[in-house]
Ligand binder design. Sequence first.
Ligand code: COA
Length: 409
Amino acid sequence: MDAHNGQKIYAHIVGWGMAVPDSVLTNAHLEAIVETSDEWIRTRTGIRERRIASERDSTTSLGLKAAQRALDVADMQPTEIDLIIVATSTPENIFPSTASLIQHSLGAVKAGAFDLSAACSGFVYGVDMAAQSIKSGSIQSALVIGTETMTRILDWQDRGTCILFGDGAGAVVLRASTVEGGILSAVLRSDGSGSDMLGLPTVGSVDLRNAYSAVNGARPTTGLTAPELSPSLAGQMRLYKMHMNGGEVFKFATRVINESVHQALEKAGLTINDVSLIVPHQANQRIIQAAARALKVDTDLFMSNLDRYGNTSAASIPIALCEAIEQGRVSEGQNVVFVGFGGGLTWASMVVKWTGARPPEPGATTLINQQRRQISYLFARWQMRLRRFSRRWMGLFTRFLPRRGKNGE
Ligand code: COA
């Protein structure tokens, strides 16, 4: 709650939206892929089914849909957004960022955009970064998106991991206000010593350099360390596959939920008795039950929808938040806690005082605003094509221009 021009600025959640692929992958489907059973998955995790991205879905397209829905609820134009943060572990590129792709597709021409890597804690990290920027007065509004296509990075031969994850996206719009409330406190933590417990190696991975060489040719070296060129195809395939030590992650998760929720509440000057709802990262129903026992609260205080979506990593908290709002579990003046944990290791808790945000009443103004947003999306799509086309023509054209000498003659 920093001061700005003599007034305290607060960051409120004023819009929310989610998007999941249409295709459902049930536990029965998984029985045909790995040696498992519906009964084992349900009793050990609570998951019954998850969504799986089709050929047409991508991390960007799901994130874009969630963002558009969040803008609808906030009834804001994309041009009013100052910052877009995308929390994801499954970006389509290392760069350009998924955030930049979404920024363009929205027509959010005044927004900065970047991706944030904090695995399943990423959404809470992102909301805190955005809230801090708003409270400092540096920006007025932000879009924070958690979006994942986890099913594309799973090892479908590893029954310990492939049964857990699903695809989806959720987003929130944050806006500056002088009304007290909104994001009250956050605790962000990391312990890189646990980096081997949960991970997804990618292009720069030292362990996988040999696999990279096999695919792309040997990298020039100084001669001191000659690259070996005998990697197996299996090594190559693991380059973008997730690995996890489930038992250790389970213990870590239950410990940090309890610890960090208390820390975030203390920072906000509240206790667990002041909390109306906890929206945790949706990893495993047994983790939620263990966390409830540790916090000495009823399991019902926790929002849970993992039975239908599995673990959607950075998307799980905003998806659960959207459904909690839809079910009427969040109302004005209530304190809501978000808690995330995952690879890094990372974890994060946040206390939010919900302050009257609700979708706009249907009416002429809402309809006009909605149409303005649609025009912005359509214009952005054509603008990309036009810009690429004109760059290509300009490139061809300049090739035929006489070249200038060193001194510009
Ligand atoms: N179907 C059937 N059996 C399975 C199985 C599956 N999908 N996955 C593992 N098993 C087997 C194991 O091989 C093991 O067999 P064994 O005793 O013959 O060796 C047995 O079930 C018990 O395995 P274990 O790993 O001890 O099970 P668990 O009760 O710890 O459950 C997880 C495993 C992965 C569900 C659990 O550890 C978990 O949820 N951990 C947290 C993971 C997580 O949330 N990660 C993301 C964090 S962001």
